[in-house]
Design a protein around this ligand. Structure first.
Ligand SMILES: [Zn+2]
Ligand SMILES: [Zn+2]
Length: 647
């Protein structure tokens, strides 16, 4: 996530327009033949050898990468010879005719709330469970999570949830899922730490299994998973090689190819190439940056940009970035220490993630270099760096409060140097530029991504995607993690690299891709996969009708018409009174309000004189007459709410 604000539409809608697939076979089959790639069953055979290995398969626990590595060696040899055989052994033992179904429940036609189920027979595994942030027209909605309807119907079939990394669009839905179902969670240390913090906020606990890169573990009888390190904009990101009875599914997770990662944990390209040559049935790959040519710069680049800025400045430095990017925070700390500046941390999410990362050893800082935000006044400006949230201009964030002089400890003053180590995600440009303007007005010097390379993306650009495709060389391909245009562009890229359009599948959330050892077929609308809105403690209780009312309220406000009626005497005894909110300023529009009262009065009296006996009928006619009158006078359509009291 993190590079994009989710533009969540109800992704299960409009399938017909979306599922055009990539059947415009432009680069087509010639190249496919040339590569001679028909290797679906290779992986299945390998599953056989790995089954026998039993002891080498690590189950559930912390363990060194060694067993996995020795396991790898075993896998290498028999693969080529095995390609002629097509029968997955697991499938025989389990239920030979059953296909494997890959069911995305979120993350397609959107960048956000990633979640995918893989189903075989009576076993299901889940990859990621994220959230997305609401669109501008989702009034009052805090977050949006995937639809768990299908998952809850699976119930006991679910063997586990595997987390690729700790961004919100991959872990944000976990507490909501675990409230409905007790599912064991598998992930690397850092994302599990972030999930644990979330669960604590919800007063929950969960069964968690920490995995290490290179580790191989099983979920049920059907899934054997190898977790491999991948580089991204958060620590401990993995991609997944999943052995299924139909063949190997390779999921890239979110990734970029960073040859010089800050933590030194590089991608094992040799292993990726080996996986590719052993045969991959299906690849699912990150499509976020498929529109961008070239390569994403290394995270190191940000440090190279910041270093001279820190060195040359005599000012107080305030730097805003994503709290989850602990590598960048570490780089900022390193540079600060070199420049003999002390570091203070600001913003709730920054403090939380910083504490966790420090505790787990992802961030290292000598105690004497860290200062409490409240003590920063005692430090000379040129000896201080404040790392803060708010790089997206979020209104309640620490940086926005500093810019509007509402922060309780930090006031922006002339000469401050403010660095935004981020780029505004689409949709946030305006809020970011507002904050920048406010900062400049207060006399700060502001450096942001338009001025210097203070940010690099966490997602692979086209050349990196090409490398991944060339290493993995899947039989079938499903682009994931993108809006429709990204998925479609990624499909085209795969064709350009030689895949047949028939082997590329663009799915929508709720569709299923049915895989056997040698075929793949899309099933549209296989399961329910709506966008579930979360508002405060309410999950899914706000739907389209409530949202429509909120939109109407926000557009034209509310008029309440209240009256007391003596039902026996068929007489209006009090009112009608008119109260408005968000419609017009009453004191300056008394005539309009009086006239509205008059319209309501006539309507009620008219209905009573005609012996209308139905409260609802009177309500409706008041609503209609007031609506007509207001529209005629103002061309506005506020919500009109008649409230009658019987006396
Ligand atoms: Zn993501
Ligand atoms: Zn991510």
């Amino acid at each position: 996530m993190s590079d994009y604000k989710n533009k969540n539409k109800n992704t299960n809608k409009n399938k017909n327009t979306r599922n055009k697939n990539s059947s415009t076979g432009r680069y087509k089959a010639g190249a496919e033949k040339g590569t001679g790639r028909k290797r679906p069953a290779a992986a299945a055979k390998k599953t056989q050898s790995s089954d026998r290995r039993g002891a080498a398969v690590v189950k559930h626990k912390h363990k060194s990468a060694e067993p996995a590595r020795s396991a790898r060696k075993e896998q290498v040899r028999p693969v080529r010879a095995a390609r002629s055989k097509q029968k997955p052994v697991k499938a025989q033992r389990h239920r030979s005719d059953a296909p494997v179904r890959v069911i995305p429940l979120g993350g397609l036609h959107e960048i956000g709330k990633n979640m995918t189920a893989i189903e075989y027979g009576d076993e299901v595994m889940i990859i990621d469970c994220g959230l997305s942030f609401p669109d501008d027209d989702m009034f009052g909605i805090d977050k949006v999570i995937p639809d768990f309807t299908y998952i809850t119907t699976c119930g006991k079939k679910i063997r586990g949830l595997v987390i690729t990394h700790g961004h919100e669009d991959h872990i944000g839905g976990v507490p909501y899922l675990l409230k409905q179902l007790n599912v064991p969670v598998y992930g690397m240390q850092f994302p599990l730490g972030l999930i644990r913090n979330k669960l604590e906020e919800h007063g929950m606990q969960a069964e968690m299994h920490q995995i290490r890169p290179g580790e191989v573990f099983r979920l049920g009888d059907s899934f054997r998973i190898e977790a491999l390190r991948i580089t991204h904009s958060i620590a401990d990101s993995i991609c997944l090689k999943i052995d299924t009875p139909a063949g190997v599914i390779f999921h890239t997770g979110d990734f970029k190819i960073d040859y010089t990662p800050v933590d030194g944990n590089k991608i094992d390209f040799a292993r990726l190439a080996q996986i590719g040559s052993e045969g991959v049935l299906l690849m699912m790959a990150d499509s976020t940056n498929v529109m961008r040519p070239g390569y994403t710069r290394s995270e190191m680049k940000v440090g190279e940009t910041l270093d001279p800025i820190f060195r040359s400045s005599r000012s107080r430095i305030i730097i805003a970035t994503f709290s989850s990017n602990v590598h960048r925070i570490q780089r900022i700390i390193d540079i600060a220490i070199r420049c003999k500046r002390k570091v203070a941390i600001s913003g709730r999410s920054m403090v939380n993630v910083f504490e966790l990362a420090k505790e787990l050893g992802y961030i290292r800082i000598p105690d004497n270099m860290l200062v409490d935000l409240n003590d920063t006044r005692k430090i000379p400006d040129h000896e201080l760096v404040i790392i803060t949230t708010g790089s997206q201009g979020e209104p309640m964030s620490a940086l926005a409060r500093m810019a509007s002089m509402e922060h309780k400890t930090i006031r922006i003053k002339k000469g401050d140097m403010v660095i935004l180590s981020s780029t505004p995600v689409p949709g946030n440009e305006l809020t970011v530029s507002n904050v920048v303007d406010q900062l400049i007005e207060k006399g700060a010097e502001v450096i942001y991504s338009d001025i210097a390379e203070t940010h690099v993306s966490g997602h692979a650009c086209r050349e990196e995607l090409k490398l991944m495709h060339s290493l993995i060389r899947p039989r079938f391909f499903m682009p994931v993690h993108g809006e429709y245009r990204h998925l479609q562009k990624h499909a085209q890229l795969a064709e350009y690299l030689g895949m047949s359009s028939r082997d590329i599948f663009i799915l929508s959330n709720g569709d299923a891709l049915t895989l056997t050892g040698s075929s793949a077929k899309k099933q549209a609308g296989a399961v329910q996969a709506d966008a579930i809105m979360v508002d405060g403690l309410g999950v899914g209780d706000v739907g389209n009708i409530v949202l429509r009312d909120r939109r109407l309220l926000s557009e034209a406000g509310l008029i309440i018409v209240s009256a007391a009626i003596d039902w026996q005497a068929r007489k209006l005894v009090a009112g009608p009174d008119v109260i408005t909110r968000g419609f017009v300023y009453v004191r300056e529009n008394e005539d309009l309000i009086d006239a509205t009262c008059q319209v309501a009065k006539e309507t009620i009296e008219n209905a009573l004189s005609k012996n209308v006996n139905d409260w609802n009928a009177i309500r409706t006619s008041v609503r209609e007459s007031v609506k007509r009158f207001i529209y005629g006078r103002t061309k506005r359509t506020p919500i009109i709410l008649p409230i009658f009291q019987e006396v």
